[in-house]
Write a protein that binds this ligand. Structure first.
Ligand SMILES: Nc1ncnc2c1ncn2[C@@H]1O[C@H](COP(=O)(O)OP(=O)(O)O)[C@@H](O)[C@H]1O
Ligand SMILES: [Mg+2]
Length: 329
């Protein structure tokens, strides 16, 4: 059963208008950060959301935890639409869903001892006495490899390395034994030498708690290691979605292929079609007409600039939004 199901989710951020624009009553503009995406994550499964910076990944993660309000669409968690939940119900749900942010330093209070930071969620949700919370936090510190735990308990965030800080953030997210976690580029700001051990730690918690996870990354190679399914996002839209093996071995969207080809460790030596895209992600205030990828796509035809392709199932479980999907190569 799907633990999370997102249907036609949209988030448009209004753009600040200048005084001149207001006076000339020019129409309000919007950043279409997320523009009608749908996907589901089965219980115990990890979906990796992949794409270049600025394509709407973080906004998607924040919408799902309802840290921001969607413009439209629905988010079903365990069958309930969380967009419609009231404050009290949302509070109860918050225990079951956690987020791990990209920057561990920014997500920790610089003046709070890290042990107390881990104990804090237990106290907020009235799940333990101070003494019990301290004991649990100590166990958690040990569990995430910050030992001797009694020494680490009293440290402040600035006294730790980036990798150690991210371990604290993970411990704090896991202390409530959540069912669902959004991990937003959890290793992108961590020293390369420590990335693998942090990913391992997440995988261990996933197994132990039967976690369901949305893992956000710009790095398709990390997505391949950590996820069961991949969703490739471009300018607010999902352009390809499917099981990891199918997407990596048989990418259907030229953008997916380009992402794969940009990573030496997973690119294939022999491929009939080579592809390299240039330029940057266009501005989401005025996205290109038709298929948003068409200005950067080497296979674009006339149709691609006028019509928008829908996400369709090309082989079982494997979806693509492209008029000229790549065939086996
Ligand atoms: N609070 C906000 N107000 C206005 N625009 C925003 C806001 N948050 C994100 N955006 C814009 O939405 C787009 C998608 O951003 P984001 O979701 O952070 O992408 P990603 O995580 O893939 O890099 C970007 O163009 C970004 O500038
Ligand atoms: Mg982001």
């Amino acid at each position: 059963m799907a633990l999370l199901e997102v249907r036609n989710l949209k988030k448009y951020f209004p753009v600040q208008r200048s005084l001149l624009e207001i006076l000339s009553s020019r129409e309000r503009k919007y950043v279409k950060a997320v523009d009608g995406i749908s996907f589901s994550i089965e219980k115990g499964e990890t979906l990796a959301l992949i794409g270049e910076s600025g394509c709407g990944k973080t906004t998607t993660g924040r919408l799902i935890l309802r840290l921001i309000e969607p413009t439209s669409g629905s988010i079903l968690f365990d069958g309930k639409d969380i967009v419609k939940l009231r404050k009290k119900e949302l509070r109860q749900l918050r225990r079951r869903m956690q987020m791990i942010f990209q920057d561990p330093y920014a997500s920790l209070n610089p003046r709070m001892k890290i042990g107390n930071a881990i104990a804090h969620p237990l106290l907020i949700h009235n799940l333990a006495t101070r003494k019990e919370a301290r004991e649990i936090a100590l166990k958690m510190l040990r569990r995430v490899g910050l030992t001797p735990e009694k020494e680490f308990y009293d440290r402040l965030p600035h006294q730790l390395s980036g990798g150690q800080r991210q371990r604290v953030v993970i411990a704090r997210a896991m202390v409530l034994k959540p069912e669902f976690v959004v991990a937003d580029e959890p290793v992108s700001m961590i020293d390369v030498s420590m990335r693998a051990s942090i990913l391992d730690l997440l995988q261990e918690f996933k197994k132990e708690y039967g976690l369901t996870m949305l893992f956000i990354t710009h790095d398709i190679a990390i997505g391949r290691i950590i996820a069961d399914k991949l969703a490739v996002m471009y300018l607010g839209k999902i352009v390809e979605l499917g099981p990891v093996d199918k997407v990596i071995n048989n990418p259907l969207h030229p953008y997916t292929l380009a992402l794969i080809e940009s990573v030496p460790s997973i690119r294939r030596r022999k491929r009939a079609r080579r592809i390299k895209i240039t330029g940057e992600v266009p501005n989401p205030i005025n996205p290109p007409s038709g298929c948003r990828f068409h200005p950067r796509c080497p296979f674009a035809t006339k149709k691609c600039s006028s019509e928008e392709p829908k996400l369709i199932e090309v082989e079982p479980q494997h979806y693509v939004a492209c008029f000229n999907p790549l065939i086996k190569h």
